[in-house]
Design a protein around this ligand. Structure first.
Ligand SMILES: Cc1ncc(COP(=O)(O)O)c(C=O)c1O
Length: 426
C-alpha cells in the first residue's frame, strides 16, 4: 500500500470536481462545439491531441482511440488475426466483454482460473490450457492490480501468442517497474463511467509499440479503410482520396468503433489529472485499510499487493470470512448499508457459468457456436462448474467497496460506515 501519511487529502481532492467535469473538459468541449462535430478538420484535431497525449502518458508509440473498452479488445483480436479454429485464453473472473470479443471473432474462449489472493489470471492454469490452437491471452489487471505478466510473457514467447492486456480497471499501476499498458503486444483501456477516467461516460483506447499492429487495430476500429493508419487522429479518409471513384475503400475487415471528437475532448481533460484520479482511489483504499487495521477486524482480508506491484484500486476488494463473523455476505452488506454505506458489490458471476456460456446460443442455435467447430472432431467444448475452482470458491465471499468518490465528505462517509459496521459486530 502506498504511504499516504504525507499526502494532504484536502489538497488531493481539491483537484477533483464533484461532478467529474473540470475546467479543462469544459474548455475542450467548447472547442468542439465551436468547430462542429464532423470528425474532420478541427474536430479530428481533438482525436489527434487525445491520442498523442495518451500515448505520451503511457510512454507507448501509439494510442488508438475507440468508443469502448470492448471495441478495443475486438480490434486487437481482429488485427492479430484471431478467427475460427483459434482459442483465446481469458480469466474466468472478468467482465464478460473480455470473453465476448473472442466469440465474436469466431474463436473459442478458454477460461483460466485465477489466483485466490490477487484474483488475477493464474499463469500455471494458463500453461495447462495452452493447445496447438491457442492464439492469444487476455490477462485482465483486475480491480486495478497488474496481472502477473512475466510468466505469461514467457509462455507467449514459447508458443508464439499475442498478449492483449485488459486494463479497463487499471491505470498507472506498475508491474516490476513497468507501467501497465506497455507490457503486452497491445493494451486495452476503458473510459466507461465507473473507470478511473472517463470520456464522458464511454470510450476506450489501445496502446501499443508495434506500428503494423497499431495500423491494423485502427483499421479494425475504422471500417477497414485502406487509407487510415497508426498516426494520431488518422480516423478518416482524406477528401482527395475518398472522393475519387477509383478509390477502393476497404482492404481489411473492420467495424465502426470510432470515438467522437466530443468524447476525445472530455477524455483529454480527464487525462490531465489522471495522476490525481488514481491517487484519490489509492488514498480511499488506504482509508478503508486503516479502518480494518485500527478496528482490529479479522474477518475482512484487505487486498493483497505482491512485491514489485502497485495497485490502482478501481475498487477495494476484501475477502469476507463469514464463518468467523457469524453473518453471511448478504447480512454483512445489509449492515454496511444500515450504517451509512453506499452498498457494496459482490463479484461478477464467473463468465463460464453465465447463462450465455452455459447455453452457448451465441448466434441463435448453439450448434453455431465456435465451440462446435468441426476441427474439434466431435469433442465439443462446454463450460462447466468445476472448470475454475478457485474463482468458483472465492466468488461468494468478495466485498467490492467503492473507490470512485470524488469528494472527501463522501469518502469519509463510506469509511465511517465501514468502521461503524465493524464496531457493530464487536
Ligand atoms: C475488466 C473489464 N474489461 C472490459 C470492460 C469493458 O469496457 P467497456 O464497458 O468500456 O466496453 C470492463 C468494463 O466495463 C471491465 O471492467
Amino acid at each position: 500500500m502506498t504511504s499516504f501519511e504525507k499526502i494532504d487529502p484536502a489538497e488531493l481532492f481539491s483537484h477533483l470536481p464533484a461532478n467529474r467535469c473540470g475546467e479543462a473538459e469544459r474548455r475542450y468541449l467548447n472547442e468542439i462545439c465551436e468547430a462542429g462535430f464532423s470528425n474532420k478538420g478541427e474536430s479530428a484535431g481533438m482525436i489527434r491531441r487525445f491520442e498523442e497525449a495518451f500515448a505520451a502518458k503511457m510512454g507507448t508509440a501509439y494510442a488508438i482511440s475507440h468508443n469502448s473498452g470492448t471495441g478495443t479488445m475486438q480490434s486487437c483480436l481482429l488485427a492479430a488475426g484471431v478467427g475460427p479454429g483459434d482459442e483465446v485464453i481469458v480469466p474466468a473472473s472478468t467482465m464478460a466483454s473480455t470473453a465476448f470479443v473472442v466469440v465474436e471473432c469466431g474463436a473459442v474462449v478458454v477460461f483460466a482460473d485465477c489466483d485466490p489472493d490477487t484474483f488475477n489470471i493464474d499463469p500455471a492454469d494458463v500453461e495447462r490450457k495452452i493447445t496447438e490452437h491457442t492464439k492469444a491471452i487476455i490477462p485482465v489487471s483486475v480491480f486495478g492490480l497488474p496481472a502477473d505478466f512475466d510468466p505469461l510473457l514467457r509462455l507467449a514467447e514459447k508458443h508464439n501468442l499475442t498478449i492483449v492486456e485488459d486494463n479497463a480497471e487499471c491505470y498507472l499501476a506498475r508491474y516490476k517497474g513497468r507501467l501497465v499498458g506497455t507490457i503486452g503486444n497491445a493494451a486495452s483501456f476503458s473510459f466507461q463511467a465507473s473507470k478511473h477516467m472517463t470520456s464522458a461516460g464511454d470510450g476506450g483506447m489501445v496502446t501499443t509499440n508495434d506500428e503494423e499492429y497499431a495500423r491494423n487495430i485502427r483499421k479494425a476500429a475504422v471500417v477497414g479503410y485502406a487509407a487510415v493508419d497508426a498516426k494520431p487522429g488518422s480516423t478518416h479518409v482524406p477528401r482527395e482520396v475518398r472522393q475519387d471513384w477509383t478509390y477502393k475503400r476497404h482492404d481489411r475487415m473492420g467495424y465502426n468503433f470510432r470515438m467522437s471528437a466530443a468524447q476525445a475532448a472530455f477524455g483529454l481533460g480527464q487525462l490531465e489529472r489522471l495522476e490525481s484520479l488514481v491517487a484519490a482511489r489509492q488514498y480511499i483504499a488506504s482509508q478503508y485499510e486503516a479502518a480494518i487495521r485500527e478496528e482490529k477486524c479479522e474477518w475482512l482480508t484487505p487486498p493483497y499487493v505482491p512485491e514489485g506491484c502497485t495497485h490502482s484500486y478501481w475498487c477495494y476488494t476484501c475477502k469476507l470470512d463469514e464463518a468467523m463473523l457469524g453473518v453471511d455476505w448478504r447480512g454483512f452488506r445489509e449492515a454496511f448499508i444500515e450504517h451509512g454505506g453506499d452498498g457494496l458489490y459482490g463479484l461478477w458471476t464467473p463468465v463460464h457459468l453465465e447463462t450465455i456460456f452455459q447455453t452457448m446460443a451465441f448466434y441463435g442455435s448453439k450448434d453455431r457456436a465456435p465451440n462446435f467447430d468441426p476441427r474439434y472432431k466431435g469433442n465439443v467444448k462446454r463450460y462447466n462448474e468445476g472448470d475454475c475452482p478457485n474463482v468458483e470458491a472465492y466468488r461468494k465471499h468478495l466485498c467490492l467497496f467503492k473507490t470512485g468518490m470524488q469528494t472527501l465528505d463522501k469518502v469519509n462517509a463510506q469509511v465511517d460506515a465501514l468502521r461503524k459496521t465493524i464496531r457493530h459486530y464487536g
